[in-house]
Design a protein around this ligand. Structure first.
Ligand code: PRX
Length: 635
C-alpha cells in the first residue's frame, strides 16, 4: 500500500485512519519517500495551537526548487514542465521542458542576486499569466527570497498597500498584459503605486506587449537583457523547513488585507501530496488549472504542487470568453488535457452559452474535472458533468483556502463516490470538526455548524506577516485549540461534508474572496458619502454579487444618483480593483443598527436577497423605522 497515491475507497479509509491515529508518522513517511532533503528533520511536528505555533519537519534543510526542478532533470529533463498557452489562439503555445525551466529559473535567480536581493527579502510580483510569472516565483524560492504575488487585476492603491505592508524591495512586472480583447497598462499601474513605495529600489520589467512605457532611470530595468547576460547556473539557497516561502494577501472581514505566510517544507509536502491524490496525476498526463497565479490556487496547483510531482502544467494567459466561449474547450482539445481544474463561476458563465461551443471540440482526453473557490450549485455541477465530463469524469469539488495552503476536503477520484455540491471527505491528515455557536463540537452525523480543523496539517499558514496577534485572534480564538475557517458546513448521514458558505463578512464573488470593510472604506472616501454597508446577494454567474446601501451626506447633493453610482464604482476600482465593483447601489437615509451602533447586516442581506418575509425581531433596533424605507427602495 502506498500512502502517497490512493487508488480506492478502502485504501482511502485505511490511509485516513492511519493519518489520524498517528499524524506524525503519516506525514513523516510521505516526506521520506518523495522528496529531496539536504538534511533530515529532527522532529516531524511541534505545535501549540493556543499561541498558535506550529512547526513541521523542524531541523530539515531543503530548497523547494530542487524538489520542483533539479530532482527531475535526470529522468524528466526533456519532459515539458510548463505549457504556456497565450491569450490569442493564433500565437503559438510554448513548451518549456524541465531542463529549460532550470535554465530560466537560474538565470532569473542570478538577476535577483545581482540586484541585491537576499534570503529573507521580500519581492513583489505583479505580472500577467506569462511564463515569467511562474519563473519569478521559483527564482525567488531558489535564493530564499520571499515572494509576494499581487494579482494583476488589483489597482495601484491595492498594490502599494501590499508592497508596503511586507516592505518589498523589488517589484517584478511587465509592460502590459492581454486579457481577452483588452490590454492593461500594468507598468502604468506600477508607476502610480511607486509614488507611495519609497523602499522599492528596483522594478524589473518583462516585455509582453512592446508597448510604449516610461522607464525610470536607475529604478526600472528591462528583464530580458539581464536574463540573457546572467549565468544559467545558480546554486540553491539551503533553507530551513520553517523559513517563509511566500506571502499571499487575502481579504479579511475587517481591516487591511492579511499577508498569509507560508513556509517551505510543510507547504511543499502538502501541495505535492494533495495534487497527486486529488488529480490522480500519472506520469504523462497534461494537467490544466485555469486559476491565476495571483491567487493561492495558482501558487499551489499551477506551480508548486504539479512541479513537485514532475507534472506537465498548463499556464493560460487568456479568458474563457475570448475569442469566443469555446476557448477552454479548444485548449483542452489542443493540449489533450487530462485533468481540468476551474471555478464554478466560469462553469456557470459558459453554461449560459450555446452548447455547440463545447460540443465542437474533442474532450475525450479528459479524465478528471475539478472545481474550487466557492460552492458549486447543482445545476452547474450537472452541466459540467454532462457536457464536459460526458458523465465519465469524476468531479472533485475541492474545499480549501489561502490559509490552508492546499486542498483539505475533496473526493479522491475513482475512490470517493461523488454527490453534487458535496466536497465529500477530508483528505488524509485533515481532521475537520463542526462547532456550535457555544464552541462545542457537534459529534456524529447529520449536523451543521462552523467548520474548524482540530489538528495541524503541514500546509497551514503559520502567521500573518508582521501581525501574529491578528492571526491568533482571527483563526484560533473563536474555538479554543481549533483553526476556524470562517465557513459553515454540514455533515450528512454518511459523513460527507457540504460547505454552506461564509459565516463572517467575507463575500465570495466569482470565486474571489472580498472583505466588506475595505470596500466600505473605499466608498466612504467619496465626498458625498456619509456611510455605507455592503452585503452579498445571489447572482447566477458570479455566485454572489455585491449590494451597497449608501447614506449620502446632507449637503444638498444635487448630482444624479446614476452619476453617483458610477463614481462610487470608480472609487472602488481605484482602491481595490474592478472585481470589487457593486452590482446594485441603493441610497438610503439610514442603516439598521443595534443599540450599540453595529450595522445589522443580517437584515440588509435579507432585503438584498428579496427574502423579507421573516426579518426577525427588529423592534430592538436603534432605528426600526428605517427598515421599511430600505425595503421600499430595494432594487
Ligand atoms: O468560502 C470558502 C470558499 O472560498 C474561501 C477561500 O477563498 P480563498 O482563500 O480565496 O481561496 C480560494 C481557493 C482555494 C473559503 O473559505 N471556497 C473555496 N473552495 C470551496 C469554497 N466554498 C465551497 N466549496 C468549495 N469547494
Amino acid at each position: 500500500m502506498s500512502n502517497y497515491h490512493i487508488k480506492n475507497l478502502e485504501e482511502y479509509f485505511q490511509v485516513y485512519r492511519k493519518s489520524v491515529r498517528d499524524p506524525e508518522n503519516f506525514w513523516e513517511e510521505i516526506a521520506e519517500e518523495n522528496f529531496m532533503w539536504r538534511k533530515r528533520w529532527d522532529k516531524v511536528l511541534e505545535y501549540d495551537l493556543s499561541k498558535p505555533e506550529v512547526s513541521w519537519y523542524k531541523g530539515a534543510k531543503l530548497n523547494i526548487t530542487e524538489n520542483c526542478i533539479d530532482r527531475h532533470l535526470y529522468a524528466r529533463g526533456n519532459k515539458t514542465a510548463i505549457i504556456f498557452e497565450p491569450n490569442n489562439p493564433s500565437e503559438e503555445a510554448e513548451h518549456i521542458t524541465y531542463n529549460q525551466l532550470h535554465d530560466r529559473v537560474c538565470r532569473f535567480a542570478n538577476v535577483l542576486l545581482d540586484h541585491g536581493v537576499k534570503k529573507g527579502d521580500r519581492v513583489c510580483i505583479y505580472l500577467p499569466m506569462i511564463p515569467e510569472l511562474a519563473v519569478s516565483l521559483l527564482a525567488c524560492a531558489r535564493i530564499g527570497a520571499i515572494h509576494s504575488v499581487v494579482f494583476a487585476g488589483f489597482s495601484s492603491t491595492a498594490l502599494h498597500t501590499r508592497i508596503n505592508d511586507s516592505d518589498c524591495k523589488m517589484v517584478i512586472t511587465s509592460d502590459g498584459s492581454y486579457r481577452g480583447g483588452k490590454t492593461i497598462d500594468l507598468k502604468g499601474i506600477v508607476d502610480e503605486a511607486m509614488n507611495s513605495c519609497p523602499n522599492v529600489k528596483t522594478v524589473l520589467v518583462a516585455k509582453r506587449m512592446n508597448s510604449e512605457i516610461t522607464m525610470k532611470e536607475g529604478r526600472d530595468k528591462w528583464l530580458q537583457p539581464l536574463l540573457d547576460e546572467a549565468s544559467n547556473q545558480c546554486a540553491p539557497e539551503i533553507m530551513d523547513a520553517e523559513d517563509p516561502l511566500f506571502i499571499l494577501y487575502t481579504s479579511g472581514s475587517t481591516g487591511k488585507p492579511k499577508g498569509m505566510v507560508h513556509t517551505t517544507a510543510g507547504y511543499m509536502v502538502f501541495t505535492a501530496y494533495t495534487f497527486k491524490n486529488v488529480f490522480q496525476y500519472r506520469e504523462n498526463d497534461v494537467y490544466w488549472c485555469t486559476a491565476d497565479i495571483g491567487w493561492v490556487t495558482g501558487h499551489s496547483y499551477i506551480v508548486y504542487g504539479p512541479l513537485a510531482n514532475g507534472a506537465t502544467t498548463v499556464l493560460f494567459e487568456g479568458v474563457p470568453s475570448y475569442p469566443d466561449f469555446g476557448r477552454f474547450w479548444q485548449v483542452i482539445e489542443k493540449h489533450k488535457i487530462n485533468q481540468f481544474y476551474t471555478a464554478p463561476t466560469a462553469i456557470r458563465a459558459l453554461a449560459k452559452e450555446r452548447l455547440d461551443f463545447s460540443a465542437n471540440y474533442d474532450l475525450s482526453s479528459l479524465k478528471i474535472l475539478g472545481s474550487v473557490g466557492e460552492p458549486i450549485n447543482e445545476e452547474a455541477w450537472h452541466w459540467y458533468n454532462d457536457n464536459i465530463g460526458k458523465k465519465n469524469c469524476p468531479i472533485v469539488d475541492t474545499w480549501w483556502q489561502t490559509e490552508t495552503g492546499g486542498i483539505m476536503i475533496s473526493p479522491i477520484p475513482y475512490s470517493t463516490p461523488t454527490i453534487p455540491t458535496y466536497a465529500t471527505l477530508p483528505l488524509p491528515g485533515i481532521q475537520p470538526a463542526l462547532m456550535d455557536e457555544n464552541g462545542d463540537e457537534l459529534k456524529g452525523n447529520l449536523v451543521s455548524g462552523r467548520l474548524c480543523i482540530k489538528f495541524p496539517w503541514p500546509g497551514m499558514a503559520r502567521t500573518i506577516w508582521n501581525n501574529h496577534e491578528r492571526y491568533r485572534e482571527t483563526y484560533f480564538s473563536t474555538f479554543k485549540n481549533n483553526y476556524f475557517s470562517g465557513d459553515g458546513a454540514l455533515r450528512d448521514s454518511t459523513g460527507y461534508y457540504r460547505i454552506t458558505g461564509r459565516v463572517d463578512d467575507v463575500i465570495i464573488v466569482s470565486g474571489h474572496n472580498l472583505g466588506t470593510a475595505p470596500i466600505e472604506d473605499a466608498i466612504n472616501e467619496h465626498p458625498a458619502v456619509a456611510e455605507s454597508a455592503i452585503v452579498g446577494f445571489p447572482h447566477d454567474v458570479k455566485g454572489n454579487a455585491l449590494y451597497g446601501f449608501v447614506i449620502l451626506k446632507e449637503t444638498g447633493e444635487t448630482r444624479l444618483h446614476e452619476n453617483l453610482r458610477k463614481e462610487i464604482n470608480q472609487i472602488i476600482t481605484e482602491h481595490i480593483g474592478p472585481i470589487a465593483k457593486l452590482d446594485k447601489i441603493q441610497f438610503t437615509t439610514g442603516l439598521p443598527k443595534t443599540r450599540s451602533g453595529k450595522i445589522m447586516r443580517r437584515i440588509l442581506r435579507k432585503i438584498a436577497e428579496k427574502d423579507t418575509n421573516n426579518l426577525g425581531d427588529i423592534s430592538t433596533l436603534l432605528n426600526p423605522e428605517v427598515v421599511q424605507e430600505i425595503m421600499d427602495g430595494a432594487i
